[in-house]
Design a protein around this ligand. Structure first.
Ligand code: HXC
Length: 515
């Protein structure tokens, strides 16, 4: 082969690999950030990256852009492997033009989205960008539109995971928001629609980028992001871990990863997990962690709406989605944020063939004007919709309180649970005994010499009658009342019995979930 063409190729390759040059790379490192190429290497199995479009160049001319060299147009794109499984990845290069997204940058991402969808492989976006390339105007905006459209087409077909590893501002946040899970790097990742300067001008508020859009805000306050990590390296390892619970696409099952934890492992501590006094809190995460395969619980949206716990886990090596009311926070009541969190997680699991395990201990919906005016009816309805729509195996375990609408919402038999277990401590009723006594025994209580004593007596009467699992079991709403220590074995048996579940819904264009 003639030496000249080869030399030209090597020269061009070296220029692309240099990205924005040593000074900008040094600045990137000084901020604790890896470069776009280092991130791809850290994410994928060693030596598996096959790059696409390294020689792509922008074609913009205005504002001196005809002289601007932007290697690979500021985004590294290609295919690779994670634990041997095919994935597509794009990684925005902040050292080149601030990772800004122009026409050709967008086309590279679009090409990757098309390939990922056609081949049924997850797509992972590593975001670090100043947003739409200002010099490219409407071409840049249009590029975002093409990406959003494909995010939507891919939703529910292939897993889409975003890592926010730098700025993500303006409409650029909407591609991440359309993906399944957002991981943020603490202190360097920031997402906002309008940044501090615009906020100051319009509302007069003084906030920093970190306050308005850092991981703490977008996980703890807004619920936009799902997980965070302390560094780029940790975030990328977390993505590898998350993928271990997801299939490559909606026609496949998640990978099986046997932990060696025996399916019939009894857990004596669970017999005392629920306090005798039914108003006392306890930590439902302990129930989850002792039931699923050891060390397999990966919580999603920790720090947001903590009265609801959701996350991935495994039982017998098979991925499951776990949802549970958390009696330690707001007594485990359902509110707007908890409903949104739960409904979205249920739909994520259902999209990707992940069976659902629901642990119930909720006294009902959180009362109050802020909840009603905030639309708890609409948000709560999302949970009903998501569970009723889901066709994956659904196993419910009622630990203690399961009252009223919240009983129904937490994957009750009537909403479509395939298997319902209850602990002997379960209380399944229209409402709590005290509230019930106040209403149905109102006259007797007000006529009594000692109304408080009468209220207690009537509440006990109601508790005796309904606050147990046996009335519901007698009607078949509960399939079996189990000893808590045996929960893992019972769930495992139910999942095995449901493994070949087939469940279809009537054909429709799409449903109309209350958004
Ligand atoms: C072109 C950009 C750019 C952009 C940054 N750069 N953002 N170039 N278009 N959007 C360039 C800078 O000119 C600079 O080039 C280099 O990237 C690094 O930027 P710095 O400002 O030096 O870095 P830093 O101080 O770390 O600040 C980063 C930043 C800031 C916070 C992201 O650059 C910034 O505020 N950029 C603009 C953000 C923004 O408003 N984007 C538009 C959002 S609206 P040199 O050559 O000097 O190194 C949007 C609409 C999308 O995205 C709509 C979709 C529907």
């Amino acid at each position: 082969m003639d030496k000249e063409p080869l030399h030209e190729l090597q020269r061009r390759q070296a220029a692309v690999e240099e990205m924005g040059g040593p000074a900008r790379i040094a600045r990137q490192h000084s901020l604790g950030k890896m470069t776009a190429r280092e991130r791809v290497a850290a994410l994928l199995d060693a030596g598996t990256f096959e790059e696409i479009g390294a020689h792509v160049r922008h074609r913009s001319r205005a504002f001196g852009m005809d002289q601007a060299e932007i290697p690979a147009d500021a985004v590294v794109t290609g295919a690779g492997r994670i634990d041997g499984r095919l994935v597509y990845v794009f990684s925005q290069d902040f050292t080149s033009s601030g990772g800004s997204l122009g026409e050709m940058h967008a086309q590279k991402i679009v090409r990757l989205q098309d390939l990922a969808l056609k081949t049924g492989a997850p797509i992972i976006g590593l975001n670090d960008s100043g947003g739409a390339r200002i010099q490219e105007g409407v071409d840049a905006l249009s590029g975002y539109g093409e990406i959003f459209k494909r995010n939507t087409w891919s939703s529910g077909v292939i897993p889409q995971i975003t890592v926010i590893m730098g700025p993500s501002a303006g409409g650029a946040v909407y591609s991440p928001a359309l993906t399944d899970l957002i991981v943020m790097v603490e202190h360097t990742g920031q997402m906002f629609i309008t940044g501090p300067q615009v906020i100051k001008t319009v509302t007069g508020e003084n906030v920093t980028g970190e306050q308005i859009g850092g991981a703490a805000a977008q996980i703890g306050k807004s619920g936009v992001a799902h997980m965070s990590a302390g560094s780029d390296g940790e975030a990328l390892q977390l993505v590898r871990k998350i993928l271990g619970y997801l299939p490559n696409n909606n026609r496949e099952l998640p990978p099986v990863m046997d932990s060696g934890d025996p399916l019939d492992r009894a857990e004596a501590s669970l017999n005392q997990a629920v306090p005798v006094d039914s108003n006392k809190p306890y930590d439902v995460k302990k129930v989850i962690e002792t039931t699923v395969d050891r060390q397999s619980f990966l919580e999603v949206q920790r720090g947001y709406a903590e009265n609801m716990v959701v996350g991935f886990a495994r039982i017998g090596g098979h991925a499951v989605g776990v949802a549970a009311n958390q009696p330690r926070i707001l007594a485990g009541t359902m509110d707007i944020n908890a409903s949104d969190k739960l409904a979205r997680f249920v739909r994520l699991c259902d999209s990707f063939n992940i069976p659902l395990i629901t642990f119930v201990d909720t006294p009902g919906y959180l009362p109050g004007t802020s909840q009603e005016f905030g639309g708890i009816i609409r948000h709560g309805a999302k949970v009903l919709y998501a569970y009723a729509e889901a066709t994956v195996p659904k196993v419910t375990v009622i630990l203690r309180k399961a009252y009223g609408g919240a009983y129904l919402a937490m994957c009750s038999r009537s909403l479509g649970a395939d298997w319902v277990f209850a602990w002997p401590t379960a209380e399944i009723a229209v409402m709590g005994p005290e509230g019930a006594a106040n209403i149905i025994f109102k006259d007797a209580i007000s006529a009594a010499e000692d109304p408080a004593a009468m209220r207690r007596a009537k509440a006990d009467e109601y508790r005796e009658e309904f606050a147990n699992p046996y009335v519901a079991a007698a009607r078949g709403f509960v399939d079996s009342v189990i000893e808590p220590s045996q929960t893992r074995a019972h769930i495992a048996q139910a999942l095995m019995a449901l493994a070949n579940k087939r469940d279809d819904r009537p054909h429709k264009r799409h449903g109309n979930i209350p958004l």
